[in-house]
Ligand binder design. Structure first.
Ligand SMILES: [Mg+2]
Length: 218
């Protein structure tokens, strides 16, 4: 069995990382003419919208009256150092170590700019676990396009049926992975719903090994 992982909001705790980075950007570039809590809140929510990072900083610039020179310095700092604030979800490393010890080949399939996603993977200490990393930035194709999944499977030398996709996004991760014939694990705090293209739901990585064993023994 092969294991493929999404990055952001699956193994990377993006929200916590954004909060930490926002506080640092505030203290580096801004002062108390701008309310710190309001800035942090807006920074996190703009970065959670799928849009070019230039637009994130433009919106923040307009909202808080930040001059354009500071605005571009903030963007440059974000691009260069966001990985330093990146945090893993609890239990991720232990799961990767378990899979590695089991001889399982692993891939990361992520939407985002190539250098940005790869810097995060390295900073999270996960680069040594992934045999294959595929980013939408380098392929110029985003999930849910099946092409990006197929590139990862091909590089792993895996068939879809022998693979498990772990992701948080139903539209971008779960549905296309299931349509290709993969097993699916949905990282979600939602305890109520489970769409038919989700095989297992995981609310904490402490549940991962049990789910993995259920998949591999069936
Ligand atoms: Mg995600």
């Amino acid at each position: 069995m092969y294991a493929l992982f999404d990055l952001d909001d699956t193994v990377h705790d993006k929200k916590q990382s954004l909060y930490a980075c926002a506080r640092s950007i505030y203290s580096k570039f801004l002062d108390d003419r701008i309310n710190a809590d309001e800035f942090v809140k807006a920074f996190v929510s703009e970065n959670c919208i799928i849009q070019p990072k230039v637009d994130v900083f433009k919106t923040l610039g307009v909202k808080f009256g930040i001059d354009s020179e500071i605005e571009s310095k903030m963007l440059m700092y974000f691009d260069e150092s966001f990985q330093n604030y990146s945090k893993r979800f609890y239990g991720v490393l232990e799961c990767m170590e378990y899979l590695k010890n089991e001889g399982v080949k692993m891939a990361c399939v992520t939407n985002g700019r190539n250098f940005f996603q790869r810097n995060k993977i390295t900073a999270l200490g996960l680069d040594t676990f992934f045999d294959v990393i595929v980013t939408s930035g380098e392929l110029d194709v985003k999930k849910p396009d099946p092409f990006i999944f197929n590139v990862a499977l091909e590089k792993l030398g895996a068939k879809a049926e022998e693979s498990v996709f772990v992701g948080d996004n139903l539209k971008a991760d779960m549905e296309p992975a299931k349509n290709l014939g993969m097993n699916t694990i949905w990282v979600s705090a939602d305890t109520k719903s489970k769409p038919e293209f989700v095989d297992f739901k995981l609310s904490s990585f402490s549940e991962f090994v049990g789910i993995w064993q259920a998949i591999t023994s069936s």
